[in-house]
Design a protein around this ligand. Structure first.
Ligand SMILES: NC(=O)C1=CN([C@@H]2O[C@H](COP(=O)(O)OP(=O)(O)OC[C@H]3O[C@@H](n4cnc5c(N)ncnc54)[C@H](O)[C@@H]3O)[C@@H](O)[C@H]2O)C=CC1
Ligand SMILES: NCC(=O)COP(=O)(O)O
Length: 337
């Protein structure tokens, strides 16, 4: 029996809780590995009800109980709970989201959960209750003792994978942050994770340029020649199949996409816009380079549509599926070691 996945609630006022209920409801049709929610039994039921789902829940006290409960009820670890008021984020809701996230990360770190699937949080609301990280990526990394620079965000959908080298920073902060070392470090972690967790032997990395036309021989910026091209050379010297810097405007065209397994992008929107344009309802945000598997739907809290039955569960289901597959791959590697 696989170790169950741990799902953190996300912000209770967002779409996260209702999508956990929708995913449990679809567990058989979607062939999902067993999972448990961390806290929120009452609010999960209320959120599911807004979608017309009568969600059976069972509070468990030990993650080991989850697999037996999962076929007939959503296992919920612990009795932490809160009010469900869709679209109206609150301080109490942020505290519950944070407690659920920290608990789920600790379960994965300690081997009591096969992986963590995080529900969407509003970073500014969590910051107001003491969350000191740019996002959940760095929080889970810290729980595992991994440096933030070594926790690599990858967005993955059926048609594309992308990695932003810089993530939650202002666009004006991107050029000063970009170094050959940072690109090399994060691209190498990506290549290793694609092999280990996704079963892609010799992954092909396409490295995006920062500037229009990859800098047009220095007429439109110096970073492509001075910083990105040397990183590509160093990756190739390490035996990694890296190409670039590629002009970013053309590299997401279908012909170009067929030539790589992952696009290494220089900033958040360069990576997330093509992914969401192509795969929004199946997009997964996963963290590479950790001792645990962590996935999340690609979307955010979507407060405006919470509780209205409008949120598509596809990305949450895809995140649960990917977490189960990656965890199974790691378990098989461990068994074979
Ligand atoms: N994994 C996470 O924790 C993430 C959290 N966020 C946070 O979410 C908050 C809102 O961010 P936004 O940029 O507005 O992104 P968002 O993803 O919440 O919403 C963007 C648009 O997509 C729609 N949408 C989102 N999820 C949907 C779904 N499942 N089905 C149908 N439509 C959906 C929304 O209604 C909205 O029109 C921010 O505080 C941000 O920090 C954003 C992205 C990921
Ligand atoms: N845009 C991605 C996002 O906001 C999720 O970040 P994280 O919480 O997974 O670090």
């Amino acid at each position: 029996m696989p170790t169950p996945l741990a799902l953190s609630l996300g912000d209770p006022a967002g779409v996260g809780p209702e999508l956990i209920g929708a995913a449990w409801h679809a567990r058989q049709a979607q062939g999902l590995a067993p999972f448990m929610a961390v806290g929120g039994a009452r609010l999960l039921q209320a959120a599911a009800a807004t979608r017309g789902i009568a969600l059976p829940v069972q509070i468990i006290t030990d993650p080991a109980q989850a697999a037996d409960v999962f076929p007939h009820a959503l296992p919920v670890l612990g009795d932490a709970d809160g009010d469900y008021t869709p679209g109206a984020p609150s301080r109490d809701g942020a505290l519950l989201a944070l407690a659920s996230l920290n608990h789920a990360a600790a379960l994965a770190r300690d081997g009591l959960a096969g992986a963590i699937v995080t529900g969407p949080i509003a970073k500014s609301h969590l910051a107001a209750v003491g969350f000191a990280y740019p996002g959940q990526t760095e929080c889970v990394a810290d729980a595992c003792g991994v440096a933030a620079d070594d926790a690599v965000m990858m967005l993955a959908g059926p048609t594309l994978r992308t990695v932003p080298i810089t993530v939650h920073v202002a666009l004006s902060a991107v050029p000063p942050m970009l170094t050959s070392d940072l690109i090399l470090r994060r691209a190498a972690i990506t290549a290793a994770a694609l092999e280990r967790d996704f079963g892609i032997a010799a992954p092909r990395l396409a490295i995006a340029a920062l500037n229009p036309h990859a800098g047009e021989d220095g007429r439109m910026g110096h970073e492509d020649a001075a910083i990105i091209a040397p990183a590509v050379e160093r990756l190739r010297a390490m035996g990694i199949d890296a190409t670039g810097p590629h002009p970013a405007d053309a590299m997401f065209a279908p012909r170009s996409r067929a030539s790589f397994d992952v696009a290494i992008c220089m900033y958040h929107d360069q990576a997330l816009i093509p992914l969401k344009a192509l795969d929004f309802d199946n997009g997964v945000n996963t963290t590479l380079g950790l001792p645990v598997i962590r996935t999340s739907p690609d979307h955010g809290t979507a407060f405006a549509i919470a509780g209205r039955g409008l949120a598509d569960p596809g990305a949450t289901i895809a995140a649960i599926r990917m977490a189960g597959q990656c965890a199974a791959r790691r378990a098989a590697q461990k068994a074979n070691a």
